[in-house]
Write a protein that binds this ligand. Structure first.
Ligand code: NAD
Length: 495
């Protein structure tokens, strides 16, 4: 497959950046060129926002079940094109084929699920405190959504934002990550193919600090949904504040797996390996800490090391690859800098800790699965998001201490406990300060009909997916109909 030249999609037209400037997207496993994209300016973003605003005036009035029919078609097209999208994802983002297929499947599931909302989107009716009066509440569309996404789930995460926004009657300006623009472009193309009216969904490629920031500051965009790093989340919140926008943030994680003495160790090793090294550790829900109690602490280390050392690095397109590349050179350097930090802090490096270059891996960005032990919970490798295939093993005395350590970070996305003791499991479910907790499974694997998001610095209290998503993409309106024919004053005439 040769490199494609792609465009922005604004008001139903595929267009170059106003300046004609471009940037490249490259395969992180081989460095090969995947596509060329418009390096857009604020002028391009202004045009997209204007198109989305214009389209909103009619889209908000399209009956929700009709809006949903388009989403159903999108989901069907995603099913038909799953293999093609999966292959493109492996090439552009690097994750292995099974995981890329899972990413596309998540978008399929989310789009079908949100299409179903077209015939639900329930409000409430409730009795009035006054006679001959009717009360109800309904969900109302809000306007243009600025959807800004990261590169690690290049189709799933856009679907978490675009599908609920559209069924709720909002229109969207989508700014995909600069490392995965092709998947963003393909996803939007499918909405066009499904018959979405012009202007309802627009895509503008380019730098976060330029077009992303302009979208966040734009006075005609009342909703901003960002998935990304904590640093960018803070900036987005600040930039949106002067217009009092509704801002939804899904940010970083420092997720822990707790392994108790009574755990099924084989299962725990499977769960940890999948959560720590899957997607090369580049998941917001990655297990970058393992907290183990006394009797299993040593045994777990040796089993994890032997598992990590058996993992095969390579292109995600090759059969038998366990761990693909990390996204780019800067990520590789950041991940390695944390190995140096961990060694400097006195943690014991059990395995990995180096860039992999053998057998042509030097053409891409590969890092060996890395495990530290004897990690103190306060060390930087146990506190900061590394976003690579690195995990830190920490010792705890009992379940209370394990939970205290797990909670002792600024983030609160996902957590997990391996135990056969129902009392410990329920205590952990209540006490772990994360938006998601797994029992006897790793820290990853969310399903689209449950709320997704984190506590503390992982977000700002909103949730993606499930019914919870509707709360962000709509605003509640209370309606009172008085059919008594007299003036009835609430709180006064009912006394
Ligand atoms: P990032 O914060 O660098 O970028 C995210 C998006 O924001 C990109 O599209 C980028 O172009 C844009 N952006 C950058 N600066 C901006 C600005 N000033 N204004 C507006 N937009 C701007 O994150 P990334 O490297 O793409 O992704 C990795 C991060 O995402 C990790 O921290 C990871 O934990 C997090 N993440 C969180 C979740 C979740 O659901 N909680 C899911 C996936 C990833």
């Amino acid at each position: 497959m040769g490199a494609a030249v792609c465009r922005n999609y604004i008001g139903g037209e595929w267009v170059d950046a106003a300046t004609g400037e471009t940037f490249e997207s490259r395969d992180p496993a081989t460095g090969e060129l995947v596509g060329v994209f418009p390096l857009s300016t604020i002028e391009d973003m202004d045009r997209a926002v204007a198109a989305a605003n214009e389209a909103w005036e009619s889209w908000r009035l399209v009956p929700a079940p009709k809006r949903a029919e388009i989403l159903f078609r999108v989901a069907q097209l995603l099913v038909e094109r799953k293999d093609e999208l999966t292959e493109l994802m492996v090439r552009e983002m690097g994750k292995v084929r099974a995981e890329a297929g899972g990413d596309v499947q998540e978008a399929i599931d989310m789009t079908f699920y949100m299409a179903g909302e077209g015939r639900r989107m329930f409000g409430h009716t409730t009795p009035s405190e006054l006679p001959d009066k009717f009360c109800m509440s309904v969900r109302m569309p809000v306007g243009v959504v600025g959807a800004i996404t990261p590169w690690n789930f290049p189709i799933a995460i856009p679907s978490w934002k675009i599908a609920p926004a559209l069924v709720c009657g909002d229109t969207v300006v989508f700014k995909p990550a600069q490392d995965t623009p092709f998947l963003g472009e393909r996803f939007v193309e499918i909405f066009e193919q499904a018959g979405l009216p012009a202007g309802v969904l627009n895509v503008v490629h380019g730098a976060g600090a330029v077009v992303g920031q302009h979208l966040v500051k734009h006075p005609d965009v009342p909703l901003i949904s960002l998935t990304g790093s904590r640093e960018v989340g803070v900036l987005v919140q600040q930039n949106a504040a002067p217009h009092l926008k509704n801002v939804h943030l899904e940010l970083g994680g420092k997720n822990a797996v707790i392994v108790m003495d009574d755990a099924d160790l084989d299962l725990a090793v499977d769960g940890i390996a999948w959560s720590a090294f899957g997607t090369s550790g580049q998941r917001c829900t990655a297990a970058s800490r393992v907290i183990a109690t006394g009797r299993v602490y040593e045994e777990l280390q040796s089993r994890l090391v032997s598992r990590a050392e058996r993992m095969r690095l390579g292109s995600g397109l090759e059969e038998g690859t366990d761990v693909g590349p990390v996204i780019n050179r800067a990520a590789l350097e950041k991940i390695h800098s944390y190995t140096e930090i961990g060694v400097g802090e006195g943690a014991k490096l059990l395995t990995g800790g180096e860039v992999a270059t053998e057998n042509g891996l030097d053409r891409g960005h590969f890092y060996r699965p890395t495990i530290f032990a004897d990690v103190d919970p306060g060390m930087r490798i146990a506190q900061e998001e590394i976003f690579g295939p690195t995990t830190a093993i920490i010792r705890a005395g009992d379940v209370d201490e394990a939970i205290r350590i797990a909670n002792g970070v600024r983030f609160g996305l996902s957590s997990s406990i391996f135990t056969r003791d129902v009392n410990k499991a329920f205590k952990a479910m209540r006490e772990l300060r994360t938006g998601i907790t797994y029992v006897n499974a790793g820290t990853t694997g969310a399903e689209v009909h449950l709320p997704f998001g984190g506590m503390k610095d992982t977000g700002n209290g909103h949730r993606e997916a499930g019914q919870a998503a509707l709360d962000f993409y709509t605003e509640w309106k209370a309606l009172y109909v008085d059919y008594s024919g007299t003036l009835q004053r609430a709180q006064i005439d009912n006394q």
